[in-house]
Design a protein around this ligand. Sequence first.
Ligand code: MF3
Ligand code: CO
Ligand code: CO
Length: 257
Amino acid sequence: MSRGQNVHTAEELIRIRRAAEVTASVRDRIANEVRAGMTTFDLDQIAGEIIRSTGGKSAFLGYCGYPGNICISVNDVVIHGIGRPDVIITENDVVSIDVGVEIDGAIGDTARTVCLNSAPPNDVKRLLQGTKDALMEGIAAALPGRRVADISRAVEQAAKRHKLGVVRDFVGHGCGIKMHEPPEVPNYTGWGQGPVLAPGMVLCIEPMLTLGSFKVNIDRSDKWTVRTADKSLSAHEEHMILITDKEPEILTWQKTM
Ligand code: MF3
Ligand code: CO
Ligand code: CO
């Protein structure tokens, strides 16, 4: 019985929508604060202030002991980068910003990847554009009556078209009241079909793509930072979506700026 998994009530959806909207605006405000020369610790502190100004709190800080307000993942760091005073952001860095905000008992979780250089090398352009395309194509596949694997396939095919590696050790997920709810939403196929998508389900779709291998390692000293095994650049884009009776609704769409 997989149908109806993680379907939220109308009352929950009111709070989830608001949390997602707040989180999206926080994500974009933080992205606008990125400057060459600042450290990722500086950016994490700014993020903490922005999150507090909403009346919400970081959904990441303290989650399984996570020590940062947000995740800031630079270059070969794929996800879960912790702000550090010794990591200085430069013009050509590929910087992923992943933000979670808890407000009124609901959670938003969204990420985007930016490069300060508006004309980066072609492979960086391909990485950034390919990851955005993979996210949007995954979202377009999230129709009621279809299955989680249809999302996975759409993401995987987009990645393949752009010749990007697909990280397999981390996946998207249900979200809304807890940060990680069922079902898992892998960015590759071959694991099964997953549950049927039904209106009221809220999913985080989050391709983690690389310019090289799909293989990743977790930093031995901080136990969080995930890097590509071959040191290739990586990008990460994440939206929270609501399955409806028609096209999905992107709950973390950019509404400001
Ligand atoms: N935001 C991540 C995700 O997209 C989870 C971060 S875990 C944390 O699922 F501990 F770093 F917060
Ligand atoms: Co996230
Ligand atoms: Co997520």
